[in-house]
Design a protein around this ligand. Structure first.
Ligand code: F6P
Length: 534
């Protein structure tokens, strides 16, 4: 499938003619699958068929190749047999000189179809085609969720034989989900686990809010079917999108890094949860998002937190998902940097992420055989680093690898930030260390900043499994009615802790830990004097 290829299924349904109507569409682009739907009062089935096609085509960027499947012969034939051309020629009149019904929608369709290369395909209604059936279901759901619908409006004798709720496979309960903060590998695996876990086991629909808390405030949300999460287990990023700058309590459209410049939109978020009939909200996020989640739980929203961050700095869980993938990426990079270090007899500094915790540097540094590991928890001294490099040279090792956490800093100094206006972001320690080494020795030194590479790509198998276990546990807590909890890993057990406890403090590397001691035992330096400041 080419990048500009889209496959669309559409369907419309109506409980009477005219009556409450609904439409649904599924749009497929590569492995992305989007579902949309809507409803209208006192309308006709044909209008809903056309509306579905209009709305779906609106989602497609102009210039795309589109294959649009519909069970409406009228719609498909209109394009395939050129009826619309005749109508236009006759001033939007039929051959019987009658005004063309639904002219507004036909005109919109014509305009949209001219922007793309559309192939119209007639499919059988109520077939065994999963996507086609899903559209039908979306259209029916839309009718039943229409605000104006009362049971008396439903006419079981209509062409679609619609009855609410028997025919509708709407689940009895609803769970919301959003991903907040920086992305990391494994987010999709959690979403999949939440959707499949809820749908298959607990008669629960899942509504996904797009782009973190922004979607919650702006009601940018949609039902996520189990079909929509099929094939995403191994995909990096998040199908829901995320944001680390949209605080509903201090909200500015367009986002902001600046504090206290926005308005409190938490009431909108609450209203949106209410409108969707959501019983509990799963927030997949790091400390920032979980803190916001906690504020919502204080406002009475039943919240379930799932700990995500490559930094692994959340105290209430042994491990966060995403960490193992980031460490794996960093380790592979260190392995590659080794060859240049060795060939050029250089000191290569690899700067990794992790904010104020040294977990990624420690783990990847050990796995990649780093000679010197610099972490924020153990402030370093340049003379100690130089001594280590020189000692290696004396032993015939003419190169050294330094793995520096972005939050690492010399003793008595602050971490290094990249200042962009009022925004301060950690970064730059690698260059600083490499520069000092060149000044203090005759050796060449270079720095490589791994940056967001560590947040990208496919999750490791460990993270896929952890993410799945976390997602399933969150759904189990929902079923048990245990809220304001964050799921966590303790030893090898998935457990949960109160959210209030989970958002307290930062988990940092313990300099006296067995792991640090093991690194020291195999000759790794932390750039500090053993027994003194180390
Ligand atoms: O918390 C994850 C993280 O990747 C940190 O390791 C890093 O300091 C920060 O996010 C970078 O954030 P941003 O992508 O907003 O620059």
């Amino acid at each position: 499938m080419a990048a500009d290829d889209y496959i669309i299924y559409t369907d419309g349904a109506c409980s009477g003619n005219p009556g409450p109507g609904g439409w649904g569409a599924v749009i497929m682009h590569g492995s992305d699958l989007q579902e949309i739907s809507g409803s209208a009062d006192k309308t006709t089935n044909q209008r809903m068929e056309l509306q579905a096609a209009v709305e779906a085509l609106r989602m497609v960027p102009p210039g795309s190749n589109v294959r649009l499947h519909s069970d409406s012969a009228y719609l498909v034939n209109c394009f395939n047999q050129g009826w619309m051309n005749n109508w236009q020629r006759n001033g939007w009149q039929t051959s019987k000189k009658q005004p063309v019904e639904n002219r507004d929608l036909w005109q919109q369709l014509l305009e949209l179809s001219e922007k793309n290369k559309v192939e119209w395909v007639k499919v059988k209604g109520h077939s065994n085609d999963q996507l086609n059936d899903r559209c039908d279901q979306l259209a029916r759901e839309a009718i039943c969720s229409g605000e104006k619908l009362k049971s008396g409006d439903i006419n079981s004798e209509t062409e679609v034989g619609l009855q609410c709720p028997e025919i509708i496979s709407r689940k009895t309960r609803r769970l919301g989900v959003l991903t907040g903060g920086g992305d990391c590998p494994g987010l999709n695996a959690v979403i999949r686990a939440v959707v499949k876990g809820a749908t298959y086991n607990y008669d629960t629909d899942v509504v996904g809010f797009n782009n973190g808390f922004k979607g919650l405030v702006e009601n940018d949300a949609a039902l996520i079917s189990d079909l929509a999460v099929s094939g995403i287990l191994n995909r990096g990023g998040t199908i829901l999108g995320t944001s680390n700058r949209d605080n509903p309590f201090d909200f500015r459209p367009g986002g902001s890094d600046y504090k206290n410049t926005g308005e409190d939109r938490s009431a909108d978020a609450l209203a949106n949860l209410d409108q969707w009939g959501i019983e509990a909200l799963v927030v997949i996020g790091g400390d920032g998002s979980l803190l916001l989640a906690h504020r919502f739980s204080e406002l009475g929203v039943p919240i379930l937190g799932i700990p995500k961050t490559i930094d692994n700095d959340l105290p209430a869980t042994d491990v966060t998902f995403g960490f193992d993938s980031a460490v794996t990426t960093a380790t592979e990079a260190i392995d590659k940097i080794h060859t240049t270090a060795e060939s050029h007899h250089r000191v290569m500094v690899v700067e990794v992420m992790g904010r104020y915790a040294g977990w990624i540097a420690l783990q990847a540094g050990m796995a990649g055989g780093g000679d010197i590991i610099l972490i924020p928890e153990l402030p370093f001294e340049y003379p100690v680093i130089i001594d280590k490099i020189m000692e290696r040279r004396r032993r015939g090792k003419k190169f050294s690898i330094i793995v520096a956490a972005e939050g690492a800093h010399p003793a008595g100094e602050e971490p290094v930030y990249q200042e962009k206006g009022e925004i301060k972001r950690l970064g730059g320690i690698g260059d600083l260390v490499a520069g000092e080494i060149e000044k203090r020795t005759e050796m060449e030194s270079r720095a490589t900043v791994l940056g967001h590479l560590q947040r990208g790509g496919s999750p490791t198998s460990y993270d896929r499994v952890l993410a799945t276990r976390f997602g399933v546990k969150a759904v189990e807590l929902f079923q048990a009615g245990q809220y304001d909890q964050m799921v966590c890993l303790r030893g090898n057990q998935i457990e949960s802790v109160p959210l209030a406890e989970a958002v307290k403090g930062t988990k940092r590397v313990d300099p006296d830990s067995e792991q640090v001691k093991a690194a020291i035992a195999v000759g790794t330096s932390f750039g500090c004097r053993l027994g003194e400041n180390c």
